[in-house]
Design a protein around this ligand. Structure first.
Ligand code: F6P
Ligand code: MN
Length: 340
């Protein structure tokens, strides 16, 4: 089996980008260990702090954010970083060519129940060099199409990394003996059709009309217009749900809802939606908000949130056709402000 190093060498990436992927991979080994030690290391539970989005931070949110921040700041290829757990962007090295956006511990509510969590990352190019002290949020506001690499690490029964540099998607598995990431799938492919969907059903009454109709049809199974039985899964960690979609197909969505009118969307564009959308597209799947391709969104601020529908191409298309229909009672989230 090829190691991550051997695989990256074969891809002829710029050496600074190769090094940056190593920095992320190496840090994830330390995170994996902290997650695995759990209660033994005293890392479980919440803190009294909140992030900028008003969510209580878990101890591991802060620990993993600090680990990534420190190692990325020490990597000369990194010009700056933006994290779900940081209020503002963080400037790194003046010579760096890359901006790194990350969710250090996705699904952190799973931590205390010893369930799936992961790290999601997205790397953007620094378009024009600026002097030290002049890096701003504006430099990060590039659509997902600009990503040069993206992926996630999943801390599950085995620690895995999904990676894209624009040449398809590869899965690596961390060998616990050698502590090397080994290439275990060099061509991840999402089946175009599926009979499995993932959504938090408890929000059903708050969704827009098109999503209500679409899910109603799935639930009707063989008796409904789809004439097909569907199964449902919900891990409550995007990284776990997307990994299932990449592994065996499916549709994952966190749609718009009006539970809290000030917060119509849950998932973050720069740390969650963009990297996952690119992985899904690179595996032959599709990713949309319901109204536009996620990768085409021009971000307005780093902590922006969006609706997400992604997965098996044909199934996503069926869901999108519902959104193109005339549903007069839907909330117009196309123009709703993307609130933090
Ligand atoms: O990061 C946000 C997140 O934890 C995702 O990983 C996950 O898909 C979602 O929120 C879970 O939301 P809920 O708590 O509504 O199930
Ligand atoms: Mn997350």
């Amino acid at each position: 089996m090829q190691t991550l190093a051997q695989y990256l060498t074969s891809q002829s990436l710029p050496s600074s980008l190769e090094k940056l992927i190593f920095t992320l991979a190496d840090t994830s080994k330390t995170i994996s260990l902290a997650v695995r030690n759990g209660a033994l290391a005293g890392v479980l539970g919440a803190t009294e702090q909140e992030n900028i989005q008003g969510e209580t931070q878990k101890k591991l949110d802060i620990i993993t954010n600090d680990m990534l921040k420190e190692s990325l700041k020490a990597d000369l290829a990194v010009r700056g970083l933006a994290s779900e757990e940081e209020d503002h962007i963080v400037e790194a090295n003046n010579e760096g060519q890359y901006l790194v956006c990350f969710d250090p511990l996705d699904g952190s509510s799973n931590i205390d129940i010893n369930s799936l969590v992961g790290t999601i990352f997205s790397v953007l190019p620094m378009q024009k060099p600026v002097s030290q002290g002049s890096l701003t949020e504006q430099h990060f506001l590039q659509s997902g199409r600009h990503q040069v690499t993206a992926g996630y690490m999943l801390y599950g029964p085995s620690t895995m990394m999904a990676l894209t540099t624009g040449q398809g998607v590869q899965f690596f598995t961390l060998d616990p003996n050698s502590q090397e990431y080994l290439l275990t799938n060099d061509n991840v492919n999402i089946s175009p059709d599926t009979a499995e969907f993932a959504i938090n059903m408890s929000n059903q009454r708050f969704w827009e009309a098109p999503m209500q109709t679409y899910i109603d049809e799935l639930l009707l199974g063989t008796l409904g217009p789809r004439e097909k039985a569907f199964n449902m899964r919900w891990i409550a960690a995007m990284v776990g749900d997307v990994h299932r979609v990449l592994s065996r197909g499916g549709l994952f969505t966190y749609p718009a809802d009006h539970k809290n009118p000030k917060k119509p969307f849950k998932l973050r564009l720069m740390y969650e939606a963009n990297p996952m959308a690119w992985l899904v597209e690179q595996s032959g799947g599709k990713a949309s908000t319901g109204y536009e391709n996620i990768l085409d969104i021009e971000p307005e601020h780093i902590h922006q949130r969006v609706a997400v529908i992604l997965g098996s191409r044909n199934e996503v298309d069926i869901c999108l056709r519902h959104h193109q229909g005339d549903n007069s009672d839907e909330i117009n989230t196309q123009v709703a402000p993307s609130l933090v």
